[in-house]
Design a protein around this ligand. Structure first.
Ligand SMILES: NC(=O)c1ccc[n+]([C@@H]2O[C@H](COP(=O)([O-])OP(=O)(O)OC[C@H]3O[C@@H](n4cnc5c(N)ncnc54)[C@H](O)[C@@H]3O)[C@@H](O)[C@H]2O)c1
Length: 249
């Protein structure tokens, strides 16, 4: 596939808008998919992840897919996480394979390493055993696992991005209540440059899981050396940069 089109799912969300901003600033060809319209993107598909046909239409012609759309934290498994984070993931991955896209970047979470961080077993490297926090994180582990299975089975290049905490509107007080939160922060600016680097990384990568965090304020919880080695990416920002910027473009 010679297309350079990048599909961003969840493009209207907190991380999605940061990614859209960065990709547009770099002149990338972009399509957005979300259940609400994505501001600033001409090629904006509105649809639900659970609608396989809508997902297939969105992925058509894409060279790379950045899959962000999901329920972004713990929620009822059967009515929320299962349709959005498991069935939706299935539709995006199958559509990506059938469309012949070459690169898939899956949004995972630092919550897959929750319990060792709680125990103070830091810094955490991507190759350490996973200790998912609960249902949401377990669904991210599922996404990472099938990402690896897809890479090996179908030759797709898959990068799982274990993201730091990029607070959504309304999460500011919760964020402020944890002294460790500033050390696991991911600024919108760093999220944008990370996903750009992930999309552009060599297609010789089969499957890899990488940490994506801004610079810690006090203590390093997540090690970024593999991310730097593989993508040549390093965070430029630190809390509170980007913390209070508008989540809507
Ligand atoms: N923000 C963080 O701190 C953080 C940390 C780790 C991982 N992540 C992951 O990053 C991704 C984006 O998170 P976010 O914080 O931007 O969340 P968000 O809620 O701001 O954005 C998610 C977007 O996905 C869309 N969406 C959700 N379900 C959908 C569906 N069924 N069909 C179509 N669109 C749907 C929503 O409309 C929304 O625009 C998620 O996969 C999340 O799990 C986020």
């Amino acid at each position: 596939m010679s297309s350079d089109l990048i599909l961003v799912t969840g493009a209207a969300g907190r991380v999605g808008q940061a990614v859209v901003r960065e990709l547009l600033a770099r002149g990338e060809r972009l399509r957005a998919f979300d259940r609400v319209p994505t501001p600033g993107v001409a090629d904006s598909h509105v649809g639900n992840l659970t609608d396989a046909a809508a997902v297939r239409r969105a992925v058509e012609g894409a060279h790379a897919v950045i899959h962000l759309a999901a329920t972004p934290d713990d929620a009822d498994f059967l009515t929320d996480l299962l349709p959005n984070n498991i069935i939706g993931l299935h539709h995006v991955m199958e559509a990506t394979r059938l469309a012949g896209a070459k690169r898939l970047v899956l949004a995972s979470s630092g919550q897959v390493n929750w319990w060792q961080r709680e125990r103070g077993e830091i810094p955490i490297c991507p190759e350490h055993p996973l200790t998912p926090r609960y249902w949401y994180a377990a669904a991210k582990v599922f996404a990472e696992s099938i990402g690896q299975g897809f890479a090996e089975t179908h030759g797709l290049s898959v990068i799982a991005a274990r993201l730091g905490w990029c607070p959504r509107p309304g999460q500011e007080a919760e964020f402020a209540s944890y002294d460790w939160a500033r050390d696991v922060y991911l600024s919108p600016g760093d999220a944008g440059t990370f996903f750009h680097a992930a999309v552009k990384a060599p297609l010789t990568i089969r499957y890899i899981a990488l940490n994506a965090f801004s610079r810690p304020v006090n203590v390093t919880h997540f090690d970024l050396s593999l991310t730097k080695q593989v993508l040549g990416w390093e965070p430029r920002e630190q809390w509170p940069t980007g913390m209070l910027t508008a989540a809507r473009m």
